[in-house]
Design a protein around this ligand. Structure first.
Ligand code: FES
Length: 336
């Protein structure tokens, strides 16, 4: 659980292009207290379609007083990555002190790191931190093509043959089941990639009989089955009907409309933003990694921060009642 976000003024000081479709942006941040922590993320204020919004990005290793992120320009982006790609040195925005929900345990005998595409961002920081401490590592990195593999050369220099890369364009694919099999019993796996890869990993890991606490993962956004469409969300217990733009999350639209919402990760991982689905006129594109396959198929709940209706109208109950809320501090709560 976290307390209120601490926003800091940030100014772009460097732009790099570590892969053909990836832009790395370094910000000088006023009063930044945190030093780099592998797996951590920051929230950034962006502008999408002329409206303010918040997007969350993994933090990369950088000098004290700075934050660095790497963002893939995604064709189905709701607008966050498009905004980051417009930034140039001297531009300003606000960022939060980094937080970490994808931490290394530092207790394993061996670390298997797996990255799919831009999922390399937390894995890259972890590889650096683990290598610096002389830990046993193997890094599996897959992407559509070699040109789209950010940081691959640098990681090759760092890890040598402990890095294995796979380019789909060359007909290559990695075998997660085999990787899990060769992992020593006290080993841990850390994965970041698209939804399908993480679902497969979770199922394989469970089938292997290893403790689930030794599998850690993080999904990256824009990983739905359908392109973003506008839809309507009806909230009968608040007597409201809210339009969700294609470039906006349902969570942001509800907060903007003054609906009480509890949330934390904004990445479909913690489940705090889950709402009850009463009925829907369109399929639901579940993009979380919180619910099980079965729960997602039931369409009874959805994570408002990432999941969407594919057009049409979804009727929900947020489950939150101001008069029955406990006095405990929620992770984050936006209220009317
Ligand atoms: S805020 Fe964590 S799953 Fe939505």
């Amino acid at each position: 659980m976290r307390s209120k976000l601490e926003w800091r003024a940030a100014r772009v000081i460097a732009i790099e292009t570590p892969a053909e479709d990836v832009r790395a942006v370094t910000f000088a941040v006023d009063g930044l207290r945190s030093l780099f922590d592998p797996g951590s993320h920051t929230n950034i204020k962006v502008t999408i379609g002329g409206s303010p919004a918040i997007r969350t990005y993994t933090v990369l290793p950088s000098e004290p007083g700075t934050l660095k992120i790497a963002v893939k320009l995604h064709p189905n982006s709701r607008g966050g990555s498009a905004f980051i790609w417009t930034l140039k040195p001297g531009d300003t925005t606000e960022v939060t002190e980094p937080e970490n929900r994808f931490e290394l345990s530092w207790r394993a005998s061996h670390y298997l790191l797996v990255a799919g595409g831009i999922g390399i961002t937390p894995i890259y920081g972890m590889a650096h931190a683990l290598a610096a401490r002389g830990q046993s590592i193997r890094l599996i990195y897959g992407a559509r093509s070699r040109e789209q593999m950010a940081f691959a050369e640098e990681l090759r220099d760092l890890l040598g043959d402990r890095l294995q890369t796979f380019a789909q364009a060359e007909g290559q694919a990695f075998d997660l089941a085999a990787e899990f099999e060769r992992l020593p019993p006290e080993g841990e796996a850390y994965l970041c990639g698209p939804h399908g890869m993480l679902e497969a990993a979770r199922n394989l890991w469970r089938a292997s009989g290893r403790p689930m606490s030794r599998l850690r993962f993080e999904v990256f956004g824009d990983s739905g089955r359908f392109a973003e469409q506008a839809f309507t969300v009806a909230v009968p217990h608040r007597g409201r009907s809210v339009e969700v733009r294609a470039d906006q999350t349902m969570l942001d639209a509800l907060i903007e409309a003054g609906i009480d919402m509890i949330y934390d990760c904004r990445r479909g991982e913690c489940g705090l933003c889950a709402v009850n689905v009463i009925e829907t006129s369109a399929p639901i594109d579940h993009r979380d990694v919180f619910f099980s396959d079965e729960e997602r198929h039931e369409d009874v709940k959805m994570c408002a921060c990432v999941s969407r209706a594919v057009g049409g109208c979804v009727t929900i109950d947020t489950g939150y009642r101001r008069d029955t809320a406990t006095s405990g501090q929620p992770a984050s709560m936006a209220t009317a």
